[in-house]
Design a binder for this molecule. Structure first.
Ligand SMILES: CC(C)(COP(=O)(O)OP(=O)(O)OC[C@H]1O[C@@H](n2cnc3c(N)ncnc32)[C@H](O)[C@@H]1OP(=O)(O)O)[C@@H](O)C(=O)NCCC(=O)NCCS
Length: 304
């Protein structure tokens, strides 16, 4: 088995069936080039490592460089693992393990203290990550509400206005001022979310003291990030999201206490410490808790 970087991989098209089956992602190399260019976490990285057997792609592990803020308020770059998949034809032959080890080598070459990844408790991979030294470091709560309406909410003409990313960035910086975690962002971050289609810009709601980034599909609205400086503003934003939603509102990573209180008071189904997990592997002597403290800030807009 040979391992090559994504950048050097000749047959990138062969990743389509792997990503399609594992993540329902219709991968397209030229579209993904735009993502690499737009995403500061991928721009200077090898993007990932592919395993080749008889010149065919049989596995992949993506790598990112992510800036985080520590308890000392310093910016600490860490490794991020994404897009982990092995072709079923080569399962249980050590492909995943070899690619993960190659990824850790890359992170160590960069001098990173941690390798972080998102997974779910329901995936078999969760147990494999543990065997490679990963530990659960944050479990996210999620909130769900069925709108139950049989009639569609009034059709709104969503104006194709440009999103005011400067204002959003100001509110974000204020709200996350004293937080550790994935809170090192610049204005480009919002543009990247647009390019990656993680949000639908025309659905963004911005008020004086808050904003909500949304993605909607088939009547279901996914809250990708809801940040407001007061509880009243959280309430107003949730009301506006519900008004625009036909079937269900889902917030998979509720970070903020005000948001959780609001969802609870409005009868949302809450899963405390639900399925999604952030895991960390320590690459030096520094521990995750010493570096970040008990809370590590992350929203669905940080998911990778
Ligand atoms: C998770 C996945 C990448 C593992 O790939 P793989 O190449 O088969 O894994 P490996 O052969 O390197 O095995 C790693 C370890 O898991 C064990 N293992 C692999 N598949 C297993 C299975 N189906 N049941 C039990 N153990 C298994 C291996 O024995 C090995 O353990 P070891 O420490 O004793 O060597 C693969 O199952 C997959 O593509 N899953 C779907 C996508 C996915 O869930 N990705 C993760 C998203 S977070």
């Amino acid at each position: 088995m040979e391992i090559t970087t994504y950048r050097d991989l000749q047959s990138k098209d062969e990743l389509l069936p792997l990503f399609q089956h594992a993540f329902w992602w219709s991968f397209n190399p030229s579209e993904f080039d735009e993502t690499i260019h737009a995403d500061p976490r991928l721009r200077s990285s090898p993007v990932g490592f592919a395993a080749l057997s008889c010149n065919r792609v049989v596995g992949f592990v993506g790598v990112m460089d992510i800036e985080t803020r520590t308890l000392q308020r310093s910016v600490e770059a860490v490794g991020g693992v994404w897009g982990v998949v092995t072709s079923p034809t080569h399962a249980r032959k050590g492909v995943f393990k070899a690619l993960m080890m190659r990824s850790h080598d890359y992170f160590e070459e960069q001098g990173y203290k941690f390798s972080l990844l998102y997974t779910s408790k329901i995936l078999i991979a969760h147990a494999f990550y543990k065997r490679l030294g990963y530990r659960d470091v944050a479990a996210h709560s999620s909130a769900y509400k069925l709108m139950g309406g049989t009639t569609k909410p009034p059709q709104r003409i969503e104006k194709k206005e440009k999103v005011d990313w400067s204002r959003i960035q100001r509110i974000y910086n204020q709200a996350t001022e004293n937080c550790t975690g994935f809170v090192v962002r610049d204005r480009e971050y919002g543009k990247m979310l647009e390019t990656r289609k993680r949000i639908q810009p025309e659905k963004t709601i911005v008020t004086d003291k808050g904003y909500v980034l949304l993605k909607a599909s088939e009547g279901v609205t996914f809250v990708q990030e809801l940040i407001a400086l007061t509880k009243k503003d959280v309430g107003n934003l949730v009301t506006r999201v519900e008004e625009r939603t036909e079937k269900a509102v889902i917030d998979q990573k509720v970070q903020d206490k005000n948001a959780m209180d609001t969802y609870q008071s409005r009868g949302y189904i809450i899963l405390k410490k639900g399925y999604d997990l952030l895991m960390s592997k320590q690459l030096t002597t520094a521990t995750f808790r010493e570096t970040y403290g008990p809370q590590f800030y992350a929203t669905s807009a940080d998911f990778f």
